[in-house]
Write a protein that binds this ligand. Sequence first.
Ligand SMILES: [Mg+2]
Length: 267
Amino acid sequence: MILKKIVLLPFIFVALHSFAQEAVPVKSSVDEDLRTYPVLWHQLSPEYIALCYQAFNFAQANLEKELEKQGCCRKLAIVTDIDETVLDNSYSEARNIVEGKSYNFKDWTAWIDEASATAIPGAVDFLRWAESKGVTVFYISNRTPRDIPATVKNLKNQNFPFADEEHMLFLADGSTKEPRRAKVAEDYKIVMLLGDNLNDFAECFEVKDNQKRRDAAVDMRQEWGRRFIVIPNAIYGEWEKGIYDYKSGFSAEDKANMRRGKLKVNP
Ligand SMILES: [Mg+2]
């Protein structure tokens, strides 16, 4: 028995050593840590799951009330964003971090083509429930039109309703979603909008200034958790661009200074 253990020890050591090698990140830097923490929060924290269910529970309760109020004549629709609203792409960012890469279009496109994003907790059940009540779902996303087949495949394999080309309104003339919302509103009454970025809800948020966007969020205080349902996303977002004043090309040091400069140390 002892002999067996002695014989096995080198193999155990080699196995542990290779595991340790795999677990060691490619490189470690301030920038990498900045990107790792929100992905870990998204992938590991129960609070993230709870917030998603909370959002979709509010959505269902409010839609139920809305349906009681509606007359018989107008077709109803929900408009939803896709990324980090109904599909979870955190794996793509995790891969970039582990491989020492920044976000890039080539890897993002390859990720979309994999069609392996998972559903955000609560999203499928809510949208299926809405479908059962006769509400149509439109997916307004800034994915590109070439991404439609892979996205439909992904939404279908996650069991989302209305997963077909007709219900996908992808990036067309500019990133604003307002014309696409208006297109849906020609034939439907939009009773609810779902998103992780405030630009998913209304044009008034499409301003390049976080303070103005925050002021608009306050002005819209009656809508949150009612007609506008927000899904948490700490990994990326419009707000992040605001930290760097919507400019790029800064060094890591400059960016660190800009981040520190934006901290409020007094109320
Ligand atoms: Mg999104």
